[in-house]
Every structure is written in C-alpha cells, then in structure tokens.
Design a protein around this ligand. Structure first.
Ligand code: 5GP
Ligand code: ZN
Length: 109
C-alpha cells in the first residue's frame, strides 16, 4: 500500500535496522525501543490489523518466523515477550500488522 509506513520500509524507501528478511516477512528494530531488544516482525503483504486477517497460512508463517527470529537471530534464549496491538484501543499506531518481540531483560507484566 503506497501510503503505508511499513510497506515503505519493506520497499527500502525508508531506512530501517533490518534484522531478518525472507519472501514472506521482514523484521527490523523498533525506532523507540521499549526493551534492550525490541524488534518488529511484519508480513510483506499489507494487512492493516490482526482483526482484518482471516488467513491462517499468513498468520501461521508470521508466528513461526517470530519464533525462529527470536531464538536464532536475536538469540533470546532466556525468553522474550510477543505483543500485537490491535486498533486504537489496543494501542496500535501503525496500521500494517506487526508483532513486537521484546527481550534482553526480565520483563515485568
Ligand atoms: P504499535 O503501537 O502500532 O503497535 O507499534 C508501532 C511501533 O512502530 C512503535 O513501537 C514505534 O516506535 C515503531 N515505529 C514507528 N515509526 C517507525 C519507523 O519509522 N521506524 C521504525 N523502525 N519503527 C517505527
Ligand atoms: Zn503496509
């Protein structure tokens, strides 16, 4: 989608701290990290919110990549937190589905 911030990051039109990319997903460092490690994992296909995504294959691939990026790329062996904010009430600010991976310290709930 041409006016979407995260689509522009995928396209390389806006710089990002890329940590992983394949045919289906792109992962990059959050610009305002809320933990020592804070990475966003996004599908390359534009989907506005989790609620808009009735696609088990896309969601399955996305979550499986979250798992392998956290363990194999970010090396978060002690553990990590996964967050998806959904629409304004859930704190979503960018309307391209994204999964936050937070780690690098013991996280209070
Ligand atoms: P949300 O609140 O929508 O779940 O999370 C959006 C996240 O995107 C926020 O944590 C915010 O810091 C991050 N973000 C917003 N704009 C940019 C940007 O231009 N580059 C990067 N790397 N992260 C961004
Ligand atoms: Zn997008």
């Amino acid at each position: 989608m041409s006016n979407c911030l995260f689509c522009k990051i995928i396209a390389g039109e806006i710089p990002s701290g890329k940590v992983y990319e394949d045919d289906d997903v792109y992962a990059f460092k959050d610009i305002h990290p809320k933990a020592p490690t804070h990475v966003l994992v996004i599908p390359k296909a534009h989907v506005a919110t989790l609620s808009d995504c009735d696609d088990p294959a896309l969601l399955g691939t996305l979550m499986n990549r979250v798992r392998t990026i956290a363990d194999d790329v970010l090396m978060l062996a002690p553990g990590y937190r996964v967050v998806i904010n959904v629409r304004e009430g859930g704190g979503q600010e960018v309307f391209h589905l994204h999964v936050h991976i937070l780690g690098g310290k013991k996280l209070p709930f």
